[in-house]
Design a protein around this ligand. Structure first.
Ligand SMILES: [Zn+2]
Length: 360
């Protein structure tokens, strides 16, 4: 099933820059100035591109007089069997954003059972095959939207076929429709309200689709400022009376969650995310109430063990506190690490959850 295609060096270099682990085994890069060759995912510092050469096999690199890197050990056994198949599948999906393969198509292509594919794909990539297909498309769409002035054109470029389809599908993922996404929320109304919570004032912002902001602060003015910064072009509206019933439900859930009577939060969210953020944020939602993990554990958990810093960044850019429990991620050393809404608050949230869990 391995295709012999000409290597696209721009693409390979991009994979090196991303430390893309899913391409390990597919190619190697040598650094002429150091005389060393590496896997794409090597955690070492990135060389200058002009000093890099690409190889299909370690043997080719060795023939060029390069030595295997001691950090990423390109000579050690390659993943075989389903791991290799899944990697090829990822490449296939990325290369064909205009197709919409379903699980059966992908399973047939990889010659795996649907059940096996679903399970091992999720384990290796951190997303289901369908989420991966959607994420690739959305990435292409977002890219086209930024580059193009014409939304309809971008929609076709990203392989959605018709704009009604993209609106249907993009809605749930991007949160905002493509038009709104380009304009940083223009045309979207965000209703907000501030409530007292055990860890200070909490502001909840929501569109008619779900929560788009949950933040902590000291004053209402500060919190409105934060919301404005996050969604510069959206219309902000203080919640009036009577409260929209949905909104009231979400608020009640958050308040009982903070009181410890509702450990699991399942709230509709209306946020934008890159495929990577989505992967991290999905994963964070699986860390049980009262438990913590290190940034490294999260990175390993999403199948990107070398992406510790990127995981920390994804945690730091979370806009919906509690709903995406980024406070449950700390440093491997046991130190608190960062928290967008202050370390004291992070510590308080962890302590409260632990106490509540111990008591139940
Ligand atoms: Zn290396």
């Amino acid at each position: 099933m391995r295709q012999s295609v000409v290597m696209d060096h721009d693409q390979l270099w991009e994979a090196v820059e991303r430390r893309d682990r899913s391409r390990d085994g597919e190619f190697y890069f040598g650094v002429l100035t150091t005389g060393i060759y590496c896997r794409p995912s090597c955690p070492g510092r990135r060389p200058l591109r002009q000093n890099v050469r690409f190889y299909r096999t370690p043997q080719e690199a060795e023939r060029d007089g390069l030595r295997a890197c001691k950090r990423c050990r390109p000579l050690e056994t390659e993943p075989t069997g389903s791991a290799a198949k899944i990697r090829e599948l990822c490449r296939y999906i990325e290369a064909h954003p205009d197709e919409s393969p379903d699980l059966a198509d992908l399973a047939a292509r990889a010659r795996l059972s649907r059940f096996h594919l679903q399970r091992s794909f999720k384990a290796a990539v951190g997303l289901t095959p369908k989420q991966y297909v959607d994420a690739c498309r959305l990435r292409k769409l977002k890219q086209s939207l930024r580059e193009s002035r014409d939304v309809a054109g971008a929609v076709y470029d990203a392989g959605y076929g018709s704009s009604s389809r993209v609106y249907e599908r993009a809605d749930t993922r991007l949160g905002m429709t493509p038009n709104q996404y380009r304009k940083e929320g223009r045309g979207v109304t965000i209703t907000y309200v501030a409530v007292e919570s055990p860890v200070g004032l909490m502001m909840i912002g929501a569109t008619d689709r779900g929560l788009c902001s949950i933040q902590f602060g000291d004053t209402e003015g500060e919190l409105v400022g934060l919301l404005r910064k996050e969604y510069p072009a959206a219309a902000l509206e203080a919640m009036g009376t009577p409260d929209p019933p949905e909104f009231q439900k979400w608020m009640d859930a958050l308040v009982s969650h903070l009181a410890g009577t509702q450990p699991r939060l399942e709230l509709p969210l209306d946020i934008q995310a890159t495929a990577f953020q989505m992967r991290v944020w999905n994963y964070l939602q699986s860390i049980p109430y009262g438990e913590v993990q290190s940034y490294g554990e999260v990175a390993a958990g999403i199948g990107r063990p070398s992406a510790v810093r990127a995981v920390a960044r994804a945690c730091a850019t979370n806009r919906v506190a509690l709903a995406i429990p980024c406070h449950r991620v700390i440093r491997g050393s046991g130190e608190m690490g960062g928290y967008r809404w202050g370390l004291a608050r992070k510590r308080a949230l962890i302590d409260r959850e632990r106490a509540r869990r111990a008591a139940s």
